[in-house]
Structures are given as structure tokens and as C-alpha cells.
Design a protein around this ligand. Structure first.
Ligand code: FES
Length: 273
């Protein structure tokens, strides 16, 4: 009688004919699916939220706060529609949401991030589903072919992410002004922006590419004490890369949501001083 656990003779992975048969039970029977399921739910929620906000093209500016999804405002329509600051690089011909220009860079950075790759390969493609769990796919080609070979652009997205973090730092400094652009103000939104920018920088600097740029290709750390110290610092952040990936993902969504609530008039930004 079939039990459902017999090797599938034509399948790949651990049941492939070319793999040595192991009689002893060696595949996981615990709730291994829980972590990928929770990851999938979290990523799906962010995709739904960010898609709604990116295409909403509204409620992304309330002085002095500009949503991180829309900053820097490169399109002319940012100013014409919302009176906010903009770089005016894209003229009036740009007819869709200005967020679409911006989000290519932070989303490209996260999409090609080593941690997120692991997360969505497991959660959405089950490739592999988890350690010591039978691979459902017949073949494994890794990231050696198109389109996944494009994941190698991550190191270049890292440089773009540095620029994005710089812009969000500038926005955070500007949030110390009041709605009439006078300095010396701090609202609840300023606090939200401060937490967000700390997490954004921590996530960006914890990047594996950053670690390699800072400390890679050196034969003797003793001859590069500054880079050695920087590498140690980045290494400590890098050890928490997954945590920082989630914390910054949530904080950037919350910062955008805060601006949405204030800009749409749900409540007035409380003043701290
Ligand atoms: Fe995750 Fe670079 S590896 S951001």
C-alpha cells in the first residue's frame, strides 16, 4: 500500500536515481513550512501595500514630510499636484505616479538582496523549500542562467541604495521644520522618520556587497587599519542582515503610511516641541 513517502523514480532532487539511497529517515517531519509561509505572507502584504501606494499618486506630501516612496520627487507633477519640493527632472510629460521612477532603485536593491533571494526562492518557488526537505523541482540550475543571472546586478543597486539613503537622510533633516518651514520643530512624524532612517542605513550598510567593498580584496588587514575597522563594523551589522531587512521594510512602509494619514487629513501631526 502506498504511504505517499516512497521515492518518485522520475523526480529530481533527493529522489533522483543518481542519488544514493538512504534507508534511515533523514528528511524533516517538523513544521518546516511555517517559516516560508510566514515569510510569504509578510512579503505578499508588503507588495500589496507598496503597489497600492505607488500607483495611488496622492497623499504623499504634507509639509514638512514627504513619503519615502516618493522621494526625491523627480517629476514636475509632484509640485503641481501637491505643492511639495521637487527636483523637476521629469517634466510635465511624465503622466503617471512619480513613485514609479523612484521605487525602481530601492525595490531593485531588495529584490536582488541575498537575504530576500533566499526568502522568496523558498517561500514562493520552493527551491529549495527548506533545509533537509525534498526538493520538488526536477533540476536545479542556480543563478547561472538568464534570468536569475541578472541577480548579479545587486552590487550596482547597492550604490543606488546609498544615494536613496542619502536622500531619505536629507528628508529626515528637513522634518525638523514645521509646516511653515521654520526650523526647531519636532513632530511625531520626525520621530517616525528618524527611526526609519536609522534602520535604512543599518540595512544598507549590512549588505553583503558592502562588506565585500569595504574589506574585500585585501591581503593584509594590518596594512589597512581603517578598512579593517570599517569591515568589522559592517560585519557586525551583516550578522543581523535578515533582521534589518525586515525591520527596515516595515519601517519604510510605516513612514509612508504615516505621511498618508497626515496628508489625507486623518489626523494632525502631534508636536513634540
Ligand atoms: Fe541584502 Fe545586499 S545582500 S542588501
Amino acid at each position: 500500500m502506498a504511504t505517499g513517502t516512497e521515492p518518485q523514480q522520475n523526480s529530481g532532487g533527493v529522489h533522483a536515481r543518481t542519488r544514493a539511497a538512504i534507508d534511515a529517515p533523514h528528511l524533516r517531519t517538523d513544521r518546516w513550512w511555517l517559516a516560508p509561509a510566514v515569510t510569504a505572507a509578510g512579503l505578499f502584504a508588503f507588495v500589496v501595500y507598496s503597489t497600492w501606494r505607488a500607483f495611488a499618486d496622492a497623499d504623499y506630501y504634507s509639509a514638512p514630510y514627504v513619503s519615502p516612496f516618493y522621494s526625491p520627487c523627480l517629476a514636475d507633477r509632484c509640485r503641481t499636484m501637491h505643492g511639495g519640493p521637487n527636483a523637476d527632472l521629469f517634466g510635465s510629460w511624465w503622466g503617471i505616479s512619480p513613485a514609479i521612477i523612484i521605487l525602481i532603485f530601492p525595490l531593485g536593491f531588495r529584490l536582488t538582496c541575498y537575504y530576500y533571494r533566499k526568502a522568496y526562492y523558498r517561500s514562493f518557488w520552493a527551491s529549495p523549500p527548506a533545509c533537509a526537505v525534498a526538493e520538488p523541482h526536477r533540476a536545479y540550475t542556480g543563478e547561472t542562467r538568464f534570468p536569475l543571472i541578472l541577480q548579479n546586478v545587486h552590487r550596482y543597486f547597492f550604490y543606488a541604495a546609498l544615494l536613496v539613503a542619502g536622500v531619505l537622510t536629507y528628508d529626515t533633516v528637513l522634518s525638523f521644520r514645521d509646516s511653515h518651514y521654520r526650523w526647531g520643530h519636532m513632530g511625531l512624524g520626525t520621530l517616525v522618520f528618524l527611526v526609519n532612517i536609522v534602520l535604512i542605513w543599518a540595512y544598507t550598510l549590512s549588505c553583503h556587497s558592502c562588506r565585500h567593498i569595504v574589506g574585500g580584496k585585501l591581503k593584509h588587514f594590518s596594512k589597512h587599519p581603517v578598512r579593517y575597522r570599517a569591515w568589522q563594523f559592517v560585519g557586525k551589522l551583516n550578522a543581523r542582515h535578515m533582521l534589518l531587512a525586515w525591520a527596515s521594510l516595515i519601517s519604510v512602509a510605516l513612514a509612508d503610511f504615516y505621511v498618508y494619514l497626515v496628508a489625507s487629513g486623518v489626523f494632525v501631526d502631534p508636536t513634540i516641541f
